[in-house]
Every structure is written in C-alpha cells, then in structure tokens.
Design a binder for this molecule. Structure first.
Ligand code: ATP
Length: 323
C-alpha cells in the first residue's frame, strides 16, 4: 500500500476539511502518498483526482464545507459506473480509500471493496449524527450550535411579542439535533420522530398555558417528525389554540455551513488519524468512530444495518425541564 485516496461524499458537514487535513497529514507522516478525489464518487468515475501534499491542506481546518467538494452519484450505484471508477483508481495507482460521508457512502465503498478489492475505511461525516458506530459524527456539534444561536435570537422576538415560535431543524429521519437544541435552548418541547407521544404532550402543555403563566414559547420540531414539519404543525396548533400567535421558522441549510466548532475539529482530527491507523492495521470495509471517548471500528455492514437510538433519558429530561 503506497497511495491513499481520500474523498468526501453525500451531504457536506462542517469539519470535513479538518478531517481531510488529518487524513493527509497522518498518511504522509507514515510515508504514504495521498490523492484527493473530488466530488465523491462522481469524481472517482470522471477521474477528477489531484495530488495532495501537507501544504494542500494548510489553512483549511477552520473552513466549513469540503474543499474536495462533494456530490451524489447515481452512476456509482450501477456496476458499470463502479467499473469506470475502478479504471480511474488503477490509472491513478490508488491502493486504498478513505471515505468521509454517511451510510450511503459507506454502502458504495463496501460494494467497491467486494467487487474490486480496494480496501476502504469510512469516517462518519454528517450533521445528522444518525450513524451507528460513533457517539458523534463530524459536523453535528457545529450544526447544533448554529441552530442554538438562531433559537436564542428567535427567543428575543418570541418574548417581546409574546408569541409561540416553531423552529424546524435538520436531522433527516433522526431527532438528535432537535432534542439537543431543545434542551440547550430551553424549548417548551421537542417534536422528534423517535417520540410518538410528543404531540400529545405538547397539546397538554399548551392547554395549561394560563396556569403555567407562559407568555411565549419555543417549540423545536425535527424535519423528519411525523407531524410533518413546522408549517403543518403551525396549522394544527392554530386550529387547536386559535387564541395563540404562532409563527414558524425553518432553519434549513444554514445549519450545514459555517466554521466548525472546536469539538468538531478535534473529532475530525482524531477520526482522520484513526482511519489511517486502521488501514495500517490491515482493516477494511469498516468505519471509525469514537465510542465512550475511545476510537472504535465498526464493519460497514453493521454500521449500515444498525439503528442508532436516541437516549430515552434525554427525551425525559427535555420534558421535565419544560414543566
Ligand atoms: P448523507 O448522510 O449526508 O446523506 P450519505 O453518504 O448517506 O450522506 P447518500 O446520498 O446516501 O449520502 O450516498 C452518497 C453516494 O454514495 C451516492 O450518491 C452514491 O453514489 C453512493 N451510494 C449510496 N448508496 C449506494 C448503493 N446502494 N450502491 C452504490 N453506491 C451507493
């Protein structure tokens, strides 16, 4: 193994640059050459591949997004597409891959290994934190802090105008961002896909607003919640409580950008180095993660096939603190 190819794939996340930097520098430290594959699997197929030196990754640790760019590639889902990618991997003499992305990217890398025998290690990079095999994914902490900052601002208006504000946050099918943001932002409720009783709880809370002397509220809803997001929820609450002044805000893609937090930079740096260590140890078709503050390896099949569950204690805590 002489040359390692690194790429980012799927949605971008703050901290991906810090992770690429760590992969590149750790690999060079151990005597490897490193190539950057641009635009994920799309660039692997088109041969969009560049040499990376220690200087190529200077001054990027603080930047959001990914300087290698990222993409989704339908072509790579086909055997023909992957065969074209393999041609490029051979042409560029890449012996092993490091894939920074989500479970879709892991699936692609796992198939590529099965079909062509190119070793690959995955690194969890997504703001959603919904990947099994790691306590936290790269980008999650920054996204939570970005959403929290927005909620603190919205709280000023909610308080001044005595309104209910529904804030929709990202997270795809998971409620990790919503629950953390609700607890940290002192929200009245977090509506998340993992809790099917949360709407009932919220309507009970709202029915007792006068008794509780609540003049304003923040309700956080995960984009994947079964209620259908902020706008649908606003309509439902308006029908149930016509006397309330309710407004909705969908935070959207602002949560994906921005300078990564210190925690994300450290996580990305640890995981980038761990991926190279894993390749050196002969591991393949696994993803690295941090579990209980230690590096852990999880086979792709297990990471893709398992569900990361949200802590019931956290759900309970959010409810207790919102009495
Ligand atoms: P995010 O969590 O940000 O969505 P992801 O890695 O899960 O990240 P996907 O869009 O699901 O994002 O996958 C990224 C790319 O991985 C796809 O565009 C595709 O090229 C490849 N991929 C996903 N699933 C498969 C599959 N079943 N077979 C081959 N390639 C796949």
């Amino acid at each position: 193994m002489k040359t390692i190819g690194v790429y980012t794939s799927g949605g971008d996340a703050p901290g991906m640059n810090a992770c690429i930097r760590s992969v590149v520098r750790t690999a060079i430290y151990h005597g490897f050459k490193v190539k950057g594959i641009q635009r994920g699997y799309a660039g692997m197929i088109s041969g969009d591949i560049i040499n990376l030196s220690r200087n190529s990754v200077a001054n990027i640790i603080q930047r959001g997004g990914t300087f290698l760019k990222t993409a989704r590639s339908e072509e790579f889902r086909t055997k023909e597409g992957r065969a074209e990618a393999y041609e490029q991997i051979l042409k560029h003499e890449i012996d092993a891959l490091v894939c920074i992305g989500g479970d879709g990217s892991y699936t692609g890398a796992g198939l590529f290994y099965e079909e062509f025998g190119i070793p690959c290690v995955g690194i969890p990079g997504t703001i959603d934190n919904d990947l099994f095999g790691t306590d936290y994914t790269i980008g999650y902490d920054t996204a939570v802090n970005t959403a929290l900052d927005a909620i603190d601002r919205i709280r000023d208006t909610a308080h001044s105008h005595e309104r209910v504000f529904i804030v929709e946050v990202m997270g795809r099918d998971a409620g990790f961002i919503a629950l953390d943001v609700a607890i940290a932002g002192g929200a009245e409720a977090a509506l998340i896909p993992e809790d099917l009783n949360d709407m009932e709880g919220l309507t009970q809370q709202f029915s007792r607003r006068d008794k509780r002397k609540k003049s304003f509220s923040i309700v956080v809803v995960a984009e994947g919640d079964e209620q259908g997001g902020a706008l649908v929820l606003e309509k439902k609450l308006h029908e149930l409580f016509p006397e309330l002044k309710i407004r909705s805000t969908i935070l959207g893609h602002v949560q994906r950008g921005g300078s990564p937090s210190a925690r994300d930079r450290v996580l990305a740096s640890r995981l980038g180095a761990a991926a190279i260590d894993a390749l050196l140890a002969g591991e393949t078709a696994i993803c690295v993660g941090i579990v209980n503050n230690d590096v852990s390896y999880t086979p792709f099949a297990e990471a893709i096939g398992s569900h990361k569950s949200i802590s019931p204690q956290m759900i309970e805590l959010a409810k207790i603190l919102a009495i």
